[in-house]
Write a protein that binds this ligand. Structure first.
Ligand SMILES: NC(=O)c1ccc[n+]([C@@H]2O[C@H](COP(=O)([O-])OP(=O)(O)OC[C@H]3O[C@@H](n4cnc5c(N)ncnc54)[C@H](O)[C@@H]3O)[C@@H](O)[C@H]2O)c1
Length: 366
């Protein structure tokens, strides 16, 4: 298949690009190269004859039309998004523009291309979304595909809006869509403003390891390579109009997660004295911080036969090792705007246009 993958220079999109090429697909990687992009993430496939890169914005309809006409893809995998919750608190506008308007523009370009091609039944528009659209859980229960939407942050609200648009294009125009909603991803190439790399890199630098609130917020962690495999399966075998929840069955509180990372680092790169856990410090909570996310992945297991391949402990071990082995990769990204400062403590300006508020220190976040 020829896949048009949006956001393929980002964290998850690049894992999908690498796996899709390895699986024998042709790939067109469409990315606007925002602050979150890193073309090094796809350097291993950049010279592959079945790989092409298109520098374009999903809000640019003319560019999208040209790209559809030039490459004639069999499917779209839509991952391009503004993805960082804390940035959405400081500057929600960019999230509405890319995640809502951008998805609308991409849907319309895909519909135009698909209609022109005679509405082929095999075409797919796969929209990649988040479990955050379902809101926050108490101590019990898990999100299923039927859980009502209840987004709480500008990020999750914009993703929820895009999910609704995608479903509407299926019901109204018959565009063959599939959706997936996944839990928190982690693994190699994770941008250094997200929780796990913040903790690993902060620990190595001897900085305090700040934890929002009391650290009791629970997340369900999914190894990015497992997620990419699940996405390719949903694309090829998912039923049009359906959505699939993808989770790692790896629930852990933020405090437990940080302690696990510190223990792995203690073993791999011991400090002269004491533990990296001694650097843990508690900071004011994120506004509207959801208490618990947990995915019930029963449908994708039952219908498509997918299960995560690594436990959280194995995945964290691999991830820590990757950051230890790839210092040049993360050092280059640490100088980007906003990375290394606390974001999302109060709205003062758009992080894409100006300065941001908050203490000048790294912060844990999903
Ligand atoms: N990271 C997670 O834990 C997680 C969990 C659930 C769902 N998701 C979803 O998965 C997708 C990928 O997430 P990620 O963590 O890889 O994100 P990311 O921020 O690492 O990458 C996003 C990519 O999209 C590109 N992009 C942004 N705006 C664009 C635009 N207007 N036009 C074209 N390209 C643009 C960026 O340049 C970047 O390469 C997103 O849709 C996100 O909502 C992520």
């Amino acid at each position: 298949m020829k896949l048009l993958i949006t956001g393929g220079a980002g964290f998850i999109g690049s894992a999908v690009v690498r796996q899709a090429i390895a699986a024998g697909h042709a790939v067109v990687n469409l990315d606007a190269l925002t602050y979150a992009a890193c073309l090094d993430n796809v350097a291993s496939v950049a010279d592959h004859p079945e790989y092409a890169f298109e520098h374009a914005d999903i809000r640019d309809r003319a560019a999208l039309d040209r790209i559809f006409a030039r490459h004639a893809p069999d499917a779209v995998m839509h991952l391009a998004a503004e993805s960082h919750v804390d940035r959405s608190i400081d500057g929600p506008g960019a999230f509405v523009e890319t995640n809502v308007t951008g998805t609308y523009t991409l849907l319309e370009a895909a519909r135009g291309y698909w209609t022109e091609a005679g509405r082929p039944a095999h075409f797919r528009f796969h929209h990649i979304s988040t479990d955050e659209v379902f809101g926050s859980l108490g101590p019990e229960g898990r999100f299923t595909e039927d859980t009502p939407y209840d987004p709480r942050s500008p990020y999750s609200a914009s993703k929820a809006a895009s999910d609704h648009l995608v479903r509407a294009w299926f019901h109204t125009y018959g565009l063959p869509v599939v959706l997936s909603n996944c839990s928190n991803n982690y693994g190699p190439h994770h941008f250094p403003e997200k929780l796990i790399p913040v903790i690993i890199l902060g620990a190595l630098a001897g900085r305090p390891l700040p934890i929002y609130g009391d650290g009791s917020n629970v997340r369900d962690w999914l190894y990015v390579e497992d997620h990419a495999e699940a996405l390719l399966l949903v694309l090829s075998r998912g039923a049009p109009g359906e959505s699939y929840n993808i989770g790692g069955e790896n629930e852990r509180s933020n405090l437990e997660l940080v302690r696990t990372l510190c223990a792995i680092l203690d073993a791999k790169r011991p400090k002269p004295s004491g533990s990296y856990a001694d650097q843990i410090t508690f900071v004011a909570d994120r506004p509207g911080h959801d208490a618990r996310y947990a995915i019930d992945p029963a449908r994708i297991a039952r219908e498509l036969g997918w299960r995560p391949s690594v436990t959280l402990d194995e995945g964290l071990e691999r991830t820590v090792q990757w950051y230890l082995d790839n210092e040049a990769w993360w050092r280059a990204l640490q100088s980007r705007q906003g990375v290394g400062t606390r974001l999302g403590v109060g709205a003062v300006s758009d992080p894409h246009r100006g300065t941001v508020s908050g203490a000048n220190r790294r912060s844990p976040e999903e």
